[in-house]
Design a protein around this ligand. Structure first.
Ligand code: UDX
Length: 446
């Protein structure tokens, strides 16, 4: 977006992974995002370059964005909660090593509070006389709508200490974003705001999902409740869609990070409060599978279930922390035969995700899991073919194409009674009932 909006700024994207960079230089970008290819194709080779020459790019730059991943730690202190800052630290050391003169270093990766302190310390102790300003500029774009979010953000947050450095970054964004949307704060507020924004958003989803469980055992309908509360201007209508559970690379990771910070700073009650958002999400995923099993006469063993959608939401091929991974795992463990279709996710990626969640602590698959993955997991090339001879369809991602599927033909080739478990409340109960389906949405009894 900077390359598109600022033709006079030379943007160099560098990565140590040559395959990644080759993809960015090809027609098949490594991520699917509506509108992204057009922008890359327009600017690539002009003021947008992708390369593996990391040192050269750093040394030529006035401003360096650190945009590496910060996965949840899997080992040592804080395992399962704290962010693994190994890659951020390596970047900071590399920047320090090759820099001369003055540079602005921008934290773009989502980081725990006070990471900028660590980055500053590394930069000021490792370098060769170079000087640095550190800014925090967290990214609020959501996948699937990234281009629009970058073009018309609700706000851009820039945290820092030196007003000159803050001003330099403000001037970049001001080329296309109104000044009143460019918020400047101190470094720590900026870092904490990113974690807080994601925790609040995820909390909305967990709150409505908690109510969906209550709706299913009463006569209330969660979509009606969401619409009713959403008209209260203090609550607002967005992010109240009950679902099979939130996924994605950010929500769970960032909340756990927040939980870890609270524990670290001796605030166990605050930690427990936020951790419940993640627990509710796990419960929602488990509950969905339990409802399927219960409805299919208490067993899904050897029954074929079509799974529509594997991405964590529509318009992305990203499957990180997708609810579908856990639901498919649980269905396989119930010995169901599942056939998955997702318009953008490859079979290799689906298998990889399921292997990761089914392997034991030693990193190996048990013989049973291996057999389930080999014999009970299939991937289809269309929604319709996934449903062939199935007892039930489980809708796990809200892809638009599922709304216009040929339900009459699909019903004809399914076992009867033919069930639809709509984990996204995407389809219309009345319409599906007319074809003969037994339909169950999230947060509606029956
Ligand atoms: C999120 C934040 O929105 C973004 O600002 C931040 O920068 C990164 O994390 P993203 O993970 O791309 O973005 O997706 P988002 O649209 O927030 O959805 C997250 C998950 O919540 C998805 O699985 C989605 O399906 C689910 N969700 C969202 C619901 O189940 N119900 C809703 O009402 C909204």
């Amino acid at each position: 977006m900077i390359a598109k909006q600022c033709p006079d700024i030379d943007v160099k994207v560098v990565d140590i992974n040559p395959t990644r960079i080759a993809q960015w230089n090809s027609r098949e970008l490594p991520v699917y995002e509506p509108g992204l290819y057009e922008i890359v194709a327009d600017r690539r080779g002009k003021n947008l370059h992708f390369s593996t020459e990391v040192d050269q790019a750093i040394s030529a730059a006035d401003m360096v964005f650190i945009s590496v991943n910060t996965p949840t730690k899997t080992f040592g202190t804080g395992a399962g909660k704290a962010a693994n800052l190994e890659y951020v630290e390596k970047c900071a050391r590399q920047i320090a090593r090759v820099s001369t003169g003055h540079k602005i270093v921008v934290e773009k990766s989502t980081l725990p509070v006070r990471t900028a302190e660590a980055v500053k310390t590394i930069l000021s102790n490792t370098g060769d006389g170079a000087t640095f300003d550190v800014l925090s500029n967290p990214e609020f774009l959501a996948e699937g709508t990234a281009i629009d979010d970058l073009l018309n953000p609700d706000r851009v947050l820039i945290g820092g200490e030196n007003p000159t450095a803050i001003h330099a970054l403000v001037e970049v964004y001001a080329r296309w974003i109104p000044r009143e949307k460019l918020l400047t704060t101190n470094l720590w507020s900026s870092e904490l705001s990113k974690l807080t924004a994601n925790a609040f958003l995820a909390q909305r989803v967990s709150s409505i999902n908690a109510i969906s469980a209550l709706c299913e055992v009463t006569e209330a309908d969660v979509d009606e409740v969401a619409a009713a509360i959403g008209t209260d201007s203090r609550i607002g209508p967005k992010f109240l869609r009950a679902s099979v559970g939130f996924g994605g690379s950010c929500f769970q990771k960032d909340i756990l990070n927040l939980v870890y910070l609270c524990e670290y700073f001796g605030l166990p009650e605050v930690a427990a409060y936020w951790e419940q958002v993640v627990k509710m999400n796990d419960y929602q995923k488990r509950r969905f599978v339990q409802r399927i099993v219960r409805t299919l006469f208490n067993t899904v063993s050897d029954k074929k279930i079509a799974v529509w959608g594997f991405a964590f939401k529509k318009d992305t091929n990203d499957t990180r922390e997708s609810a579908a991974i856990y639901i498919c795992r649980d269905l396989l463990e119930e010995r169901a035969k599942i056939t998955i279709y997702d318009p953008k996710v490859s079979e290799a990626q689906i298998r990889h995700e399921l292997e990761l969640v089914m392997q034991g602590p030693d990193g190996r698959l048990s013989p049973v899991s291996e057999r389930l993955l080999a014999e009970n997991l299939h991937v289809a090339a269309s929604a319709e073919s996934a449903a062939h001879q199935a007892h039930a369809i489980a809708v796990l991602t809200e892809w638009d194409e599922f709304k216009t599927a040929n339900f009459s033909a699909i019903y004809d080739q399914m076992h009867k009674p033919a069930f639809v478990f709509d984990g996204r409340n995407l389809l219309k109960k009345n319409q599906l009932s007319q074809f003969g389906f037994q339909y169950q949405g999230i947060g509606v009894s029956g």
